[in-house]
Design a protein around this ligand. Structure first.
Ligand SMILES: Nc1ncnc2c1ncn2[C@@H]1O[C@H](COP(=O)(O)OP(=O)(O)OP(=O)(O)O)[C@@H](O)[C@H]1O
Ligand SMILES: [Mg+2]
Length: 272
């Protein structure tokens, strides 16, 4: 399977943000995980929780580079969604930082992160069910002032079924089709990086495979993809990089292949 995807990461940035060159702000001080400091998108040593509650994340580090699909797996409640929210600016970090394209964005609001090039598809409530498919895509482009039709055509090329159903309320679509709307909506901002929290939740294995194929296609346009997945084995199969999170901590990190071959990871997280 991996051979088929070995040419991933070409630099056709047609759907990607063209002015993605941001200036490099040098990092002060060292870190235990230096390799992430040059990563395109990185959450480094993230520690924090919700409101005044206990910390959910403990020195959690994840990163992704162009041409890569990075996958976060781990048990329910491990903090996978919390890590995504932290990277998107929806969680106060007591410690650690988030960087995008060389810029420290730890202090930015989620909306400013969208402006800076982040596309995020949350695990729940990721579409407007009473709006049509096309209105959802238009809403996705809310930060843009230029002509969005070209991007919409690209989204329809990626997900042809959405073009057929563009006048239908998104709430009438199947689970897999809704996830396509959600991913399409995020692509409408022409993001420099795409974050997906369980894009295949609740869909059949065949639809899951199709969604993964489309995600690989997006990755090939040059957009790095950071994704949480419950279908750990299948996701690690297409992952360049994998993270196993347990109780808010990095438990295992490696290439998708390495994690799939690791006896401990297999036994504890992949069902043997
Ligand atoms: N909005 C919230 N307020 C308070 N605690 C929360 C909130 N969301 C999640 N938590 C808590 O944070 C911990 C991690 O939850 P999180 O949703 O990040 O896990 P997850 O790994 O994404 O799980 P799943 O696989 O079920 O999606 C859990 O103990 C959960 O109860
Ligand atoms: Mg989750």
């Amino acid at each position: 399977m991996s051979d088929a995807y070995s040419d991933r990461g070409n630099k056709d940035r047609s759907i990607a943000n063209p002015d993605g060159q941001g200036s490099i702000i040098p990092e002060g001080g060292g870190t235990a995980k230096p390799s992430t400091d040059t990563a395109f998108l990185a959450g480094v040593d993230m520690t924090g929780g919700y409101g005044r509650g206990a910390d959910i994340l403990h020195d959690c580090t994840v990163s992704v580079d162009p041409g890569e699909i990075a996958v976060i797996v781990g048990p329910n409640g491990a903090g996978k969604s919390t890590a995504m929210k932290a990277i998107f600016g929806m969680l106060h970090l007591r410690k650690g930082h988030v960087s995008l394209d060389g810029q420290d964005i730890t202090a930015l609001s989620p909306q400013d992160r969208v402006q800076a090039g982040m596309g995020f598809v949350p695990q729940v409530k990721n579409i407007f069910t009473s709006m049509t498919v096309e209105e959802n895509l238009e809403m996705g482009a809310f930060i843009r002032r230029d002509d969005i039709r070209g991007t919409m055509e690209q989204v329809y090329e990626l997900f042809p079924i959405l073009k057929d159903k563009r006048r239908q309320p998104a709430g009438e679509l199947s689970g897999g089709q809704r996830q396509q709307v959600a991913v399409g909506r995020a692509l409408m901002t022409k993001p420099k990086v795409l974050m997906l929290d369980e894009p295949t939740a609740g869909v059949s294995p065949i639809v899951m495979d199709e969604l993964f194929d489309r995600i690989i296609e997006v990755s090939r346009t040059g957009i790095p993809i950071l994704m949480v997945e419950q279908n750990a084995r299948q996701a690690l199969n297409i992952a360049d990089k994998g993270y196993v999170l347990v109780q808010g901590r990095n438990a295992f990190t490696g290439t998708g292949k390495e994690l799939l071959a690791d006896p401990e990871v297999r036994k504890s997280f992949l069902g043997g």
